[in-house]
Each structure stands twice: as C-alpha cells, then as structure tokens.
Design a protein around this ligand. Structure first.
Ligand SMILES: [Zn+2]
Length: 509
C-alpha cells in the first residue's frame, strides 16, 4: 500500500477548497491566502510592454510602487523618460498639424490660382476674338468710306451730266424759239416735231435727274453704312479695352496668388523640417528610454533573485526547525502513549473484570458498542459546514467540518484501520488518511501536527493528530472526509457524506 495522495491534482481541481473554521468566516474571501501573488517580473514585463506602446502613441504607462531603492530609481527614470516622450509626442503632433495646415492652405491657393488662370485664358481668348471683330469692323468701315467716296463721285458726275443736258436743252430751246421767230409759221408738223423733241428732251433731263437722285440716295445709304460701321468699330474698341483691363486685373490676381503660394511653400517646408527634427528627437528619446527600461528591468531582476534567495533560506530554516519540533513532539508523544497504554491496559483490565461480572458473553475487545467513534470527542466541537454545502467552495463542500476547537484538540481515528498516508502540504495542510477493513477510507485535514505514521495500525478512538489551521483555512478546525470502497482517497469529488457514514456506524453527529 504505497499510494500517494494526488494532492496537486486535487488542488488544481478545486482551487477554492477553503474551509471555514467558524460559521461567520463564510464572509471571509478565500483568495486572500490561496491565490499565488502575480510575479513582479510579469508585472514588469507588462509595464515594459505598455511603455513600448506609449513610445509609439504617446500614452503614459502606469507607475508601479517597488520596495527596492534601485527599482524605485529605475521606475523614476522610466517615468521621466515617458513624460519626456509625452512632451515630445505633443510637439510632434503640433508640428504635424501645422504642416497639415500649410498643406491644406497651399492646396486652396493652388486651386484658386488655377481658377484665375482659367479665367485669364478665357479673357485672352475673348480679347483675340474682340481684336478680330475690331479688325473686321475697321475693314467694313474702310469699305463704307470707299463706298461713300465712290457714290459722291457718281453724284458729282450725274449732277454734271444733268447740268449739261439742261444747258443743251436751254440752248436748243432758244434756237427753236429763234427758228419759230424766223419761220413765223407754225405748222402742225413743226409743232409736232417741236413737241416730240421737247418730250424727248424732257425725258432725257428726267433720266439724268433720276440718275442723280439715285446716286444721291446711294450716297446717303453709303454714309449711313459708314456711320454704322463706325459705331460698330467703336463698340468693338470699347469691348477690347474692357477685356484688356479685366485681363490686367486677373494677371495681378494671379501674381498675388503665386506669391501667396511661394509663402505657403516656404511655410510648409519649415513645418516639414520641424516634423523631421521632432521625429529625429523622438527616436533618440525612444532609444534612451529603451535603455533605461532595460536597466530598470535588470535591477528588478537582481532584486527578485535576491528576494528568492532570501525566501529559500528562510524556508530551509523553517523546515529545520519544524523537523526538530516534530522530533521532540514525537518523543514526547511516545512517552505519553506508553503512559496512556499502561493506563488503558489497567482500565481495560478493570472493565474486563467488570464486564465479566455483568455480561460474560459480550466481546471484551471493544471499548464501545458502536463500530465507529466521533473523530472529535463529543461536547468538544460544533459542526460549521456539512457535506454538499455550497458557498466558498469551487463546487460544494466535500467533508464535515468540526469547528469550535482550539489548536491542539486531539483527533481520533473514526474506525479501526491502517494509516494509508500521513502527509503535509496542499489545500488539506497536514493530513492523515486511514484505510479501514472493508476498503473504505477517511481523511483528516488541517492538523497542527500528525501523530500517526504511514503503515501504522490504529484502533477507533486512537489519537492520530491534533486540530490546527494548516492548508486553505480561515481558522482551526477538522475537515473530515469519507471515501467508499473503490474511491481514491483525496480525489475529493468521489468523497461521500461522512455524517451518514458515521451514523451507519452508530455515531450521531
Ligand atoms: Zn471542511
């Protein structure tokens, strides 16, 4: 029988298997003593990671208090570096914002210049068209002037021709009058001839006059056309002048925009240079900070190593002392046992004799009529937690708690059996497991000390240890578990109700 109690497994199965020594302890959180403290190194790693993030996004990493002076200094350096980096990040941010501003203004100015240049191009086109129209108008004017001159000349000619006809007619009329005076006889034929001639003459004159009038009308029309062409040319000249002044205005606007752009380009270049300088500076600071973090990390590691060494030394000292105490206690117990045995033998002898007298058929080897005894003497305890109870435990309470006891109250074997294991450590602290004759087992946890070694045969009622508060507890008490045949003692969720088991064995708790 060399089975080891799978304590580590049992512990990991129910990290919250904490016992309440007193009823009011149910309000006490268990994690105060059973959760291992988070490694400082782990915290430091997290801090370094946060700092690394801070390097890029400008956050401040949380500060950690540290009992070590060196670690404190390292911490301070780290905080300073972080704060510097913070400032630096702010500077960079404002430089970047100035650059973005300049760039946006530059974009605006450039699009404004584009607009003005477009307008100017339109104006230039309009100017060209205007110049063409002006040239056309002037040509038209020249043509109109030439037409006027030609018509005037024609009028002169017609006038002259008409004058000649009139003069000729006049002379001919005079000669006819003279002829009539000479002939003094007016014949019908003569008269007819004369009338015919007169009509012819009149018609010729009329034609000349008509031609003259027509020429004059043409002249008027030509003059009118000339005036119109002049007005048109004038209008074109005016339009061209307006367009020109508009163009001059646009040109000066474009010039202003261009100089604004030059200024903005200069501003942008300044902002860019500032950003670059800032980035350069940040790189240096980041490198500096990384070096400081590294240094801080090393110091903390040194400190932790020192602490671990110290703790190891203390642990060894404690162990040596415990061994010594144990040896002394065992020796004392041995003596006590001898005395007790002697006393019991005497008592048994007396009882035997007494029983022999009263009932000779009764089994003399039993000290009680029941198969089992209460692991704590009746009257010395109160039950603070029963099997199956839920509360602070990971799933449910796997035993029966005898509380109201002081450290050092004797714990008794509930039934005859053999010590299966006598172990220290884990959630159960110092504990003893007994294997009984029919394959059942009982477990006694949280002892201040054990007084039964592995393999030892015990009778019900034998003292196997003393109450204490070792393992996960809030106060001194006995946590008592029962395992039926086939169950693995210590595999807590295979435990059954110990109270029922005791009752079956004649003990009412
Ligand atoms: Zn318990």
């Amino acid at each position: 029988m060399d089975r080891q109690l799978p304590l580590a497994a049992a512990k990991s199965q129910r990290p919250g298997n904490t016992e309440s020594g007193k009823a009011q302890d149910s309000a006490t959180p268990w994690y105060g003593f059973c959760v291992p403290p988070v490694s400082r190194r782990l915290v430091r790693r997290a801090a370094t990671a946060v700092a690394a993030v801070a390097l890029t996004i400008g956050l401040t990493a949380p500060a950690f208090a540290d009992p070590s002076d060196d670690a404190d200094k390292a911490e301070k350096k780290l905080t300073e570096a972080e704060s510097q980096l913070d400032d630096s990040s702010n500077d960079l941010e404002s430089a970047r914002s100035a650059l973005a501003d300049a760039e946006s203004q530059l974009d605006d100015a450039r699009s404004e210049l584009n607009r003005i240049q477009g307008e100017l191009a339109d104006a230039q086109e309009r100017d060209e068209e205007s110049q063409e129209r002006l040239a056309e108008a002037q040509e038209k004017l020249e043509q109109a002037k030439a037409a006027v001159a030609a018509n005037q000349k024609r009028v002169e000619e017609q006038r002259e021709k008409a004058g000649e006809v009139v003069r000729e007619q006049y002379q001919k009329q005079n000669s006819l009058v003279g002829l009539a005076m000479v002939v003094d006889n007016t014949t019908a034929g003569t008269l007819q001839t004369r009338a015919q001639w007169s009509t012819t003459m009149f018609n010729a004159t009329q034609a000349k006059l008509d031609a003259l009038e027509e020429a004059q009308q043409k002249l008027e029309a030509a003059k009118k056309a000339q005036a119109e062409a002049e007005a048109e040319a004038e209008a074109e000249r005016e339009a061209a002048a307006t367009n020109l002044s508009n163009m001059q205005e646009l040109e000066s606007e474009a010039q202003a925009e261009e100089s604004r752009i030059s200024a903005l380009v200069a501003a942008k270049s300044d902002a860019q240079a500032e950003v670059e300088t800032q980035v350069e500076a940040d790189k240096d600071r980041v490198a500096e900070m990384a070096a400081e973090s590294e240094e801080a990390q090393e110091k903390l590691e040194e400190y932790e190593a020192e602490q671990a060494k110290k703790a190891e030394k203390e642990r060894k000292e404690r162990e040596a002392k415990a061994k010594k105490d144990k040896e002394a206690a065992e020796k004392k117990k041995e003596e006590e046992k001898k005395a007790e045995k002697k006393k019991e033998e005497e008592k048994k002898k007396a009882e035997k004799e007494k029983k022999k007298k009263s009932d000779s058929s009764r089994d003399a080897t039993k000290t009680s009529s029941a198969a089992a005894v209460s692991p704590i003497k009746p009257g010395n305890y109160r039950i603070s937690a029963v099997f199956g109870q839920t509360g602070l435990w990971a799933r449910y309470h796997t035993g029966l708690d005898f509380a109201g006891v002081y450290t050092g109250t004797p714990i008794r074997a509930a039934k005859d059996g053999v010590v299966l294991s006598s172990t220290a450590g884990g959630w159960a602290g110092n504990h003893v497991i007994l294997r009984h004759s029919n394959g059942e087992s009982t477990l006694y946890a949280h002892m201040s000390r054990k007084s039964a070694s592995k393999g030892k045969v015990v009778k019900k009622g034998d003292i196997i240890g003393y109450t204490g508060a070792t393992g996960n507890v809030t106060g001194p008490h006995l946590h008592f578990e029962y395992y039926p045949k086939g169950a693995t003692p210590g595999s807590v969720y295979s435990a059954k109700d110990p109270r029922a088991w005791l009752k079956k064995n004649g003990v009412n708790i």
